[in-house]
Write a protein that binds this ligand. Structure first.
Ligand code: C5P
Length: 301
């Protein structure tokens, strides 16, 4: 018997970052939007905890207990006093270390899958609390759709969306370390007064009405200067997508994936093709949004 869960990637349509807190994290106003690129997590009973991964970038994924999927299984098993003996297989389609919450998706997926495999029937709130212990973005991977994350990003308020938004994601060669990007944010802002992060009402309105042009005008990522400072070549990627007709371009989360909002599926296909031939990225993917959160697609529901 096994259970398979499908989990989406995310883009941050607004990522407002405050000053570093005493615990090293940053207070955020983080507007998450789940997008239709998915990892699939399959869990099967085994003699010991084991993680495997398939997909073009599988070699970049750690298979030890630093993997968020393994940590999720361990945390859930410990909570219930049971053995974490499970084989977790990750079919990876979300860019690795790309700023699209691929690791968080695997954590949320493994949690939901193990909960079903072990018939634990945890409530949504119990799962969300465990997700928040695993990482700031993991609760959102569980719920999907669109949400405002405050605190370090883990306190979620579900947001309404009024329609589909069509995205292109340019995948860069190699990842960026999220802590390194936050450190660069701190370095660039040293000595300045960093304002308290707040969600932009115009952006929330654009999401609610499904207005892509209005959303394009309000996209904002405070980590973008830090990501560009660490990876200056992303400036050319952003320019290539904009020149190809994207409504707006920004770095996705801590990068180095770049995100392009377009006005239609056709425009997205054109921008993706232009990016693929631009020699400014490894590949480009189209994805609609919003996408549903972690969902059991095979095995006990
Ligand atoms: O919560 P998560 O493990 O995903 O965070 C990874 C790293 O990103 C943290 O160790 C921290 O350096 C940085 N971070 C932060 N403020 C946040 C979220 C993450 O500084 N709100």
């Amino acid at each position: 018997m096994s259970v398979t869960v499908r989990v989406p990637a995310k883009v941050n349509v607004q990522l407002a970052v405050g000053a570093a807190r005493p615990d090293g994290f940053h207070d955020l106003a983080n507007v998450f939007l789940a997008v239709g690129l998915y990892d699939e997590i399959t869990v099967t009973p085994a003699d010991e905890l084991r993680v495997t991964c398939s997909g073009p970038d599988a070699h970049q994924v750690p298979l030890d207990e630093t993997n968020l999927a393994a940590r999720a299984a361990l945390a859930l098993a410990r909570r219930h006093g049971i053995d974490p003996h499970v084989h977790i297989h990750i079919a990876k389609d979300i860019p690795v270390a790309g700023g699209m919450a691929g690791g968080s998706a695997d954590g949320a997926g493994a949690l939901l899958a193990c909960d079903a495999l072990w018939s634990l029937n945890s409530s949504r709130d119990e799962l969300l609390a465990l997700c928040a212990e695993l990482g700031s973005d993991v609760p959102f991977s569980l719920i999907g759709g669109a949400a405002l994350g405050t605190g370090r990003g883990e306190q979620l308020t579900v947001l309404e969306t009024g329609g589909a938004f069509h995205w292109v994601f340019a995948v860069a060669d190699g990842g960026l370390s999220t802590p390194a990007v936050y450190r660069e944010f701190d370095r660039l802002g040293a000595g300045t007064d960093v304002p308290a992060p707040a969600a932009d009402p115009a952006l929330l309105d654009a999401l609610r009405t499904g207005d892509a042009v209005a959303l394009a005008g309000t996209l904002a990522n405070d980590l973008q200067p830090a990501a560009l400072s660490l990876r200056p070549s992303l400036t050319a990627t952003l320019a290539a997508g904009t020149a190809a007709g994207a409504l707006a371009a920004l770095v996705s989360g801590s990068g180095p994936t770049t995100a392009f909002l377009t006005k239609s599926p056709e425009a997205a296909a054109e921008v993706a093709e232009a990016l693929r031939t631009s020699a400014t990225c490894r590949t480009a993917r189209v994805a609609p949004s919003p996408a549903p959160g972690a969902t059991i697609v095979a095995g006990p529901a």
